[in-house]
Write a protein that binds this ligand. Structure first.
Ligand SMILES: Cc1ncc(COP(=O)(O)O)c(C=O)c1O
Length: 400
């Protein structure tokens, strides 16, 4: 009898974590490495949020809480959805979990049966397909193109829907491309979904606050209120409030789904960390100026990276609307040989040679379901970014 489960055989370890680990190993061995792999802000959690957590500890808020969140936080999340997204939820329609990741996982575990299909646009966040597989569902990948700025079209969505489709996972602005759907672009997708009442929408709005220029964030149940009863609106404090380590994510949705998700959570982790919940409460109800300053910083970095990459031979990169990633196309580099003698057969070979020869760590596109590309996370200092882009330029100029 096999010791490890068949479920485990269906999934693979996270490639982004693998790149981060490889970069750390090289660094430990004394190499000059610039890591552009990790998807987290490079600055600290705001002081008011840290203070709220310290207060929570001092006040003894260190015991079990309600499984899917303290009432004060659920109320604050209802207010946030109303204020920022025009969505009306009651506290019994809110769930809080250990990061956005657990929220998505709970929802899939609570709803997927063998044979159920989950539509995922590619390029996708690496965890979506594997979470669907762990939950026993079948990922159905709809691949967006560079020509359409990494966004899927209504016709592509419609063609992927079958009687077995359970969910459509939507992520805008996207990890890994930063692509954001405008109101009209999203409305064209929700029009398709209105024709298929059996399909539910899981929208991952994690990068809501990180949008640039005059782009306005929107979310499916806001754009099409007719979808409200079959939409799970997922969000979290990790990226917007520089709180990746605190592990708080949340969602609003229909009561029966929220209850089912709490059942899954009650038999796995129970409540998310009590202290982190008080920190998240402060994040959502305290001063929000931090978000504007952040946006300006990330926009400047995006522009720096874009201008340097688009001046690099063999690389093309559309301008993302948000998040802190760019996803350059490297079709012009494939088939060449690096100065160090590596054959650039695909984007994995590109990323591996780039790391070996220049010390710049990026994640190859195949991990996100669209090649040949790589992802840069520009959530790092301007100085490191400039140096990394210079090294990428030299690497690409050396390809023959
Ligand atoms: C699109 C997307 N959704 C969800 C998450 C998970 O967020 P959390 O750290 O809150 O679990 C991430 C983190 O990288 C992400 O990029």
């Amino acid at each position: 009898m096999a010791f490890l489960s068949d479920t485990l055989a269906r999934v693979k370890p996270s490639p982004t974590i693998a790149v981060t680990t490889k970069a750390a190993e090289l660094k430990a061995a004394g190499r000059d490495v610039i890591g552009l792999g990790a998807g987290e802000p490079d600055f600290d959690t705001p002081q008011n949020i840290k203070d709220a957590a310290k207060r929570a500890i001092d006040e003894g808020r260190t015991k079990y809480t309600a499984v899917d969140g303290i009432p004060e936080l659920k109320r604050a999340i209802c207010d946030k959805f109303q204020r920022e997204n025009g969505l009306t939820y009651q506290p019994n329609q809110i769930t809080v979990g250990t990061g956005g990741k657990q929220i998505l996982y709970n929802a899939l575990m609570a709803t997927c049966n063998p044979g159920d299909e989950v539509i995922i646009p590619a390029p996708y966040w690496v965890s979506y397909p594997d979470m669907v597989l762990l939950a026993g569902g079948t990922p159905v990948i709809v691949t967006a193109t560079l020509e359409n700025a990494f966004k899927i079209t209504p016709a592509e969505l419609e063609a992927a829907i079958t009687p077995r489709t359970k969910w459509f996972i939507f992520n805008s602005p996207s990890n890994p491309t930063g692509a954001g759907y405008t109101w009209d672009e999203l409305r064209a997708l929700t029009d398709v979904l209105m024709r298929h009442p059996h399909v539910w929408v899981m929208t991952d709005d994690m990068y809501e606050h990180l949008v640039f220029d005059d782009f306005e964030f929107c979310t499916p149940a806001q754009v099409e209120p007719g979808l409200y009863d079959r939409t799970l609106t997922c969000n979290g404090v990790s990226k917007s409030y520089a709180m990746t380590g605190w592990r708080i994510g949340y969602a609003g949705g229909p009561v029966h789904l929220i209850k089912a998700m709490a059942t899954i959570q009650s038999q796995s982790t129970s409540n998310p960390c009590s202290v982190s919940q008080y920190a998240a409460l402060e994040a959502l109800t305290g001063p929000q100026e931090f978000l504007t300053a952040n946006k300006a910083l990330f926009q400047r970095r995006r522009d720096l990276v874009l201008s340097m990459l688009n001046a690099t031979p063999g690389i093309q990169c559309p301008t993302p609307e948000g998040a802190f990633y760019v996803y350059p196309d490297i079709a012009g580099c494939i088939g060449k040989t690096s100065a160090g003698g590596a054959k650039i057969t695909d984007d994995e070979a590109f990323a591996s040679a780039l790391l070996e020869e220049t010390g710049v760590a990026v994640v190859f596109g195949a991990a996100f379901g669209l090649s040949p590309n790589f992802r840069i996370s520009y959530a790092t200092s301007d100085k490191a970014l400039e140096e990394a882009c210079r090294r990428i330029q030299t690497f690409c100029a050396g390809l023959t």
